[in-house]
Design a binder for this molecule. Sequence first.
Ligand SMILES: [Fe+2]
Length: 250
Amino acid sequence: MRYAVISDIHANLEALSVVLEDIRSQNCDATLCLGDVVGYGANPNECVQIVFEQCRPILEVGLPIVKGNHDEAVTSGNARDFNDAAAAAARWTRETLECENAKRIADLPMTVMLDDVFLVHASPFEPERWHYVLSVVSAFEAIDHFPESTRVCFIGHSHCPSVMCQNERGDVLRVSGSLVSLEDQKRYLINVGSVGQPRDSDPRASYAVYDTESKTVEIRRLQYDIPTAQRKIEDAGLPGSLARRLAFGR
Ligand SMILES: [Fe+2]
């Protein structure tokens, strides 16, 4: 199987379109989504519809999409923990999202398990508290909390792609490079980065391809039409900072 794993689309239709085109060229069998389909960007309805079309239900698993903190804030109306720009975007998205699309993301599960893969938006450690996994220390805690029957855990949330691995001795290490070979006996925590609002100083859209035959994960980066995404954010009356940051990937 070849899985495409997308996350943090954040209503950025221009970035999502380019990623889906690349997924087709990569001959992926299925697409998995780690949440935050909406929030920040100007096309929440279009992105919800496209993501739910792309991520087809998988036999005995169901829909392979988990809920992100922005999906939760937008549909619950509670954006208490958000900064001003994020809260303004959540309010705008709540008003803009059609009922049917709001219901679809409100009903998403916090975690999904398929074969040896575990999906969660933020961290397998207390998923509903949306912890950020940025350091080896937080990765250690996260790896300790995904089911032992699963070897690979995909996460998003920080918008920074990374691969962490735990060896046979229990040590957690950061793995460098965009193409990673998964070794037997090791467990992996893989952040696929963000489709619609990367924050690792690389403004290109990010997603991952997991190949279960070759046992590899590739983080792929793609250029997309940033000026159009920015113009739409400004035209919608969303905070200008949300448009500007797209150019810097911060
Ligand atoms: Fe996000």
